[in-house]
Each structure stands twice: as C-alpha cells, then as structure tokens.
Design a protein around this ligand. Sequence first.
Ligand SMILES: [Fe+2]
Ligand SMILES: [Fe+2]
Length: 394
Amino acid sequence: MALILNPLTKISHSIAAYSGSQKSLMPVNYLIRCRLSTGDTREHLKHTRGSTDVHGRNENKVAQRVEMFKSMESWIESTVLPLLKPIEKSWQPHDFLPDSSLEDGEYFERVKELREMARELPDEYLVILVGAMITEEALPSYQMGINNLDAINDVTCCSPNPWARWLRGWSAEENRHGDLLNKYLYLSGRTDMKQIEKTIQYLIGCGISLNFNDDTHLGVIYTSFQERATSISHGNAARLAMHYGDKNLAQICGIIAADEKRHETAYAKIVEKLFEVDPDYTILAFADMMKKKISMPGRLMYDGYNDNLFANYSAVAQRLGIYTTNDYADVLDFLIKRWNVEKLSGLSSKAQEAQDYVCNLTPKIRRLEERAQARAKEAPAIPFSWIFHRQVKL
Ligand SMILES: [Fe+2]
Ligand SMILES: [Fe+2]
C-alpha cells in the first residue's frame, strides 16, 4: 500500500513478458524484479556492513551500537515483551470462521451465512482485501529481514535474547492475520483463490527489499510506521465491510487492526528509547528512512499477468480511502509528535539538518494527495486476475 510513493513499481509497464527459454517459465519481468531487489541489497551491504553504516560512520561506531542494543536487553524484557499477548489469551483464526468440528448440516449453514454476508462486497473492495491478505501472507520475508538487524542477528533462529524472542512472538501473532483473511476469502467464494495463491508464492519467492541492511534503527523506524499504516488500512477495511453489510468481515478486519496497533506501540516505544539513548543517530536514521520512503512490504507482488499489480492495487486502495497519501502524512505527523522530534536539542549540525528535513516533510507529502486525486479521476479500469479478470477502476 505504498501508493505513488514507490519507485520500484515503475520497473516495467509491459504485461506478461515471458522468457523464451524451455527450462524457465518465469516471466522475465518477475526475474528482473527479483534480481533488482537482491542486487540492490548486496550492493548496499558491500558499502555498509563491516566498514561503515548508512551514515558513513566507522566500524567502531557500529560495534558501539551493537553494545548499546545489548544494554537494552533487560528493558526489552520488562517493557516490550509484555506487549505480546499470552497465546492462551490470544484470538485464533478459527474463532472468526465456521467451526470446522460442527456436524455437516450446521457447518454448511455457517458457511452459507458467511457467503451470504460477503455477497454485497463490490469488486473494488475485494481487490483491496486480497492485496492486504497477500501482503500479510508474505510474513516469512519480513521475519527474515528483521532477524538480520544488528540488535537481533539470531543465527540459530531460537535465540533466548529478548530482542529475538520479541521478533518470534510478533511473527507468531502476525501469522494469524494472513491465515484468517485467506480462509475467509476461500470460504466467501468471491475470489479466484488459485490466482491469489500464485501471487503469494511469487511474492515470497521474490523476497523483499527493505533497505534496512542490518541497521536496527532503520528497521524499527520502518516497522513503527508500517504497523500504524496497516492498523489504519485494516481499520478502514473494517468500516467499509460494515457499510457493505458484512459484519463478520468487519469484525475480522477490526481484530487485525487492533493487533497492528499493539505492535505499533511496541516498535514506537523502542524508537522512543533510541531517541533517549542516542538522539543524534536516531534522527539521522529517521530522515534516512523517510528519504528512502516507507514503501509497503508487498510492493514486489506479481500474479503472472500484471507487472504493475502493486501500483494498481495501491491506486484502488487510494480511491476507496483504505490507505491514502494523506494517511501516509498523518502517520508521519503522528510519529514526529510521538517521538518529540521537533523538541530534540543538543544535536550535531548534521542531525539538526535531518530534524529540519523530517519536520518539514508532511506539507510536501500532502500536496501529492491533490495530484493523486486528480489522476484518479482520469484513471482507466483494468482487469484483476484475483477476481477472475473482472475490471476495476484505478
Ligand atoms: Fe499484520
Ligand atoms: Fe503488522
């Protein structure tokens, strides 16, 4: 849901260009997209890992930061880990779906009710719901990206380090989101599940270019932003589901939005602490992340047909008011206030420049909203494979 703020969606405008090779049926543009994402990261790491970080600091400074993250471990244990819900008290997807242990007759009755409630959901809404579900289903890529952060660096994947335990607990909670939406869509019968499943496989296979490298500051700033953004978009999806008469779906989207909000609280607390411990580096990282733009994690999605799938899906989300450029600006405004960025003092001159950059960014972003709305008026309708190639206006 990165809307127009996503340079990678401009990779190619051709549709379904397939390689001529007998061995590979992979679309050429899909391969280009994947190579770009991994190549970018490797190129970036060459210049950062083990020598300098993204702000040109040296190896000693990187090692000092790793020490700082270590010193935060007990704080993570006492302040952040309690924000995970105990599993026994957590909701599970099955709570919001027809109970599969019911006798045939009653089970089919529940499924029929679900399908009846989903009947009035319009195609444009189905497109944004599928896009949100696919984004959630690419969780393995996000966990991998965060696992590499210098505060975590969990080579065993079962480290007892509180940072690593947070990451695993967060992933385990997140895993329910894609699971629930996927099962709901399957039962609703309104979408082309095979096309959706293909898109998920493409997306996970392609990976993700998060631009954090191994820098925890960048990772937690991005995730604070991202969690708030998804809370807003799932919340808006809940509101619209209610409007279309699907109370069940409204509840599903609402419960997911509440999880995202709790996760946002955790990541924003971590960044708040980083501002306390090392304001200079943290504001540099914040400005750096905003310059790179917070592209939503599903931006490399592909369905075997449409090379601009993510941009097209984002355009529908923008038009329906699910996630707009104004929402992007609102999230930024919120975080600036949340972290008291305007009031930071005692900064180096470079950090002061970064502070000015961040604090003056939202009016520029809001101007993009006007352009997006003007573009939406002239936008064409295009087919989405997720809904059996029916056309939806962008
Ligand atoms: Fe999620
Ligand atoms: Fe999330």
